[in-house]
Design a protein around this ligand. Structure first.
Ligand code: SF4
Length: 603
């Protein structure tokens, strides 16, 4: 029995009264012999076996309940399943971006989720199944899944890989709890590995990633890039060590699919037990064109994470972003026209920046009608050993913000984000051992929130107002509408609130032009870009008797209101950017299927 598990359980026993966020952080402190973290299911299992022995008190069900709470995972109403794409060249050359050869561009092997991907050969089916199993074994409902695909620049991967990747995620959701192909797929990779070992001399390296992160670490240690002196780039090395062998071994042939194959799995998912209620991909602004937006939609995506990082041309240039602010404006316009939820990555402390410039830039994000995103990740720049930024740091051209500077910019962003936007994350959760210099506190949001409260500054972003597990009285619930304009639409943020807490919301977009640049079927249509009803994730059709927000009819009421507003504004149809797994929901509410969207006729 690993001693660490005993220490972890003892630690949990003595911290049982602490808030769940502290408990989760405590669990993260403990690692297994291979460097990975304990999953919650195994902690519970071990606790059941060990309670009352080895210094532990008698079994206390509260400890299990606490671990199962994990409210951050499902209180947003859906079960998030994050999957990573394989290492692959990225068109970006950003100086702050990590170059970890074991990972898709910009990710680090020690980051949460990355090891799970590595242990599953970056295979989408294995990753999705594995994550669903983990959530399910912790007692969470997994029938409503938000699939978050991370890694480099999604749109730069070959189209056949993109289709295959998404198809396999859908297939995993469709297969879950019935037949399961994991053994067959694992065997396939083992065969590739065997073939690789037989022909390894040809490539002179042992670079075919296996399922053991420690072995991979050892095999890759000599190859890893040093940001201080990059003689070969990530893209060059990835081509040499992955793409060439993958081509020769036939992996590329295995990792491809057709649109028809994808559509077959999508149709199955519409009525499957585990439905995809949201699909997210991430890309760069200069990859956004009418054609690429249409393709992303065809895959079933409903949200795009767009790395913009800055709205200052000079800073973008200095950091070798490879695009300008004008490109960001175009990307926003196209994605909004197509109804996508816009999730923006914004960085502070970039080379050439300052706290004052960051504040000015951030204010522009909401002042300028070309932008006004729906969700935000705010990532002050962290110095990673493999990033080119190391060179700038060594020459004294860049340094990390001090604690005070970081607090100034993070609390500024918290207090200057409007009520229609959600700050999803503040400070990237980079393991402290990977940060060369600068902030290693990952709970900076809490610190910034406390600072804002102490200095009497108001926060109104969605996340700071979510109802979470609090109860509410239906008589006190009000519908409020926040209106704002963008350069291409009148936006209406409809929200059901109780006191100052948000229970449900709908994003309605009323385009200013009758012509849509992305899809003809959207000409003349108002658009529902998002509906979100909060509450612990419930099974489809299951009623919650604890006054939680889900299944209180809020979704239906919001749609009726959006239809009435759209009709009054002169629109003859209301489109919705439905996820594959929410199509049935909208059909039941009178929407009919179009090519890529669903429509409610208003006349
Ligand atoms: S585009 Fe994104 S992933 Fe590519 S180099 Fe830049 S930051 Fe990294």
């Amino acid at each position: 029995m690993p001693n660490d598990m005993i220490s972890l359980l003892l630690d949990l026993e003595s911290n049982l009264d602490k808030p769940i966020e502290d408990i989760l952080r405590l669990i993260k402190k403990y690692q297994k012999a291979d460097g990975s973290h304990w999953n919650y299911a195994s902690i519970i299992e071990q606790y059941k076996n060990l309670a009352g022995t080895q210094g532990l008190k008698e079994f206390n069900p509260k400890l299990v309940e606490k671990i199962l709470m994990k409210p951050v995972r499902t209180l947003s109403g859906v079960a998030p399943v994050t999957v990573l794409t394989k290492p692959y060249p990225c068109p970006g050359k950003c100086i702050f971006c990590p170059n970890d050869l074991r990972m898709p561009k910009s990710y680090l092997a020690d980051e949460p989720g990355a090891q799970r991907a590595e242990k599953n050969y970056f295979d989408p089916y294995l990753q999705t199944t594995n994550r669903l199993e983990a959530l399910h074994s912790m007692g969470h409902q997994v029938d409503k899944v938000e699939l978050i695909i991370l890694g480099g620049t999604w749109t730069a991967y070959p189209e056949s890989y993109q289709i295959w990747f998404v198809k396999e995620c859908f297939r995993a959701m469709n297969d879950f709890q019935s037949k399961n192909d994991t053994e067959k797929i694992t065997k396939k990779y083992q065969d590739f590995q065997k073939k690789f070992q037989e022909t390894e001399k040809k490539w002179q390296t042992n670079t075919f990633l296996n399922t053991n992160p420690l072995e991979n670490k050892e095999n890759f240690s000599k190859l890893q890039i040093k940001g201080e002196d990059i003689s070969e780039t990530y893209n060059q090395l990835v081509k040499k060590y992955y793409l060439e062998p993958e081509n020769a071994l036939g992996v590329v042939q295995y990792q491809k699919a057709t649109w028809t194959e994808l559509e077959k799995e999508q149709v199955k998912n519409e009525t499957a037990l585990q439905r995809c209620v949201g699909l997210v991909i991430e890309t760069r602004p200069d990859e956004i064109t009418p054609a690429s937006v249409k393709k992303i939609r065809h895959l079933g995506a409903t949200k795009v994470q767009l790395g913009i990082q800055s709205l200052d041309d000079e800073i973008l240039r200095k950091n070798k972003r490879g695009h300008d602010v004008k490109t960001i404006r175009t990307a926003f316009s196209l994605l909004r026209q197509a109804g996508f939820k816009l999730h923006i990555h914004f960085m502070a402390n970039l080379y050439g920046g300052s706290v004052a410039k960051d504040k000015r830039d951030f204010a522009k994000l909401f002042r300028d009608r070309d932008f006004r995103p729906d969700e935000l990740k705010i990532y002050p720049c962290s110095l990673i050993e493999t990033a080119e930024l190391m060179r700038y740091y060594k020459k004294g051209l860049w340094k990390p913000y001090s604690h005070e500077e970081l607090l100034e910019i993070t609390s500024f962003t918290l207090t200057h984000t409007p009520a229609y936007c959600r700050i999803t994350r503040m400070i990237r959760d980079i393991p402290s051992q990977d940060i060369v210099v600068g902030n290693t506190k990952s709970n900076f949001r809490q610190i910034a929130e406390q600072h804002a409260i102490k200095t009497n500054q108001k926060m109104q972003d969605i996340r700071s107002r979510e109802i979470r597990s609090s109860n509410f009285e239906i008589d006190g619930v009000q519908l409020k509408i926040k209106n704002y304009q963008t350069s291409i639409s009148n936006e209406k943020f409809l929200q059901f609130v109780y006191q100052d807490k948000i229970l449900a919301f709908l994003r309605l977009s009323l385009p200013l032009s009758p012509t849509n640049e992305v899809s003809d079927e959207l000409n003349g249509a108002a658009m529902i870009r998002e509906i979100h009803v909060y509450g612990r994730s419930l099974a489809i059709g299951q009623k919650d008797h604890d006054d939680k927000a889900q299944h209180f009819g809020f979704g239906k009421k919001l749609i009726a209101k959006a239809a009435a507003i759209s009709k009054k504004a002169g629109f003859s149809k209301l489109a919705v950017i439905s996820a594959i797994g929410t199509k049935e929901y909208y059909r039941k509410r009178g929407f009919s299927d179009g090519e890529l969207y669903q429509f409610l006729h208003l006349s």
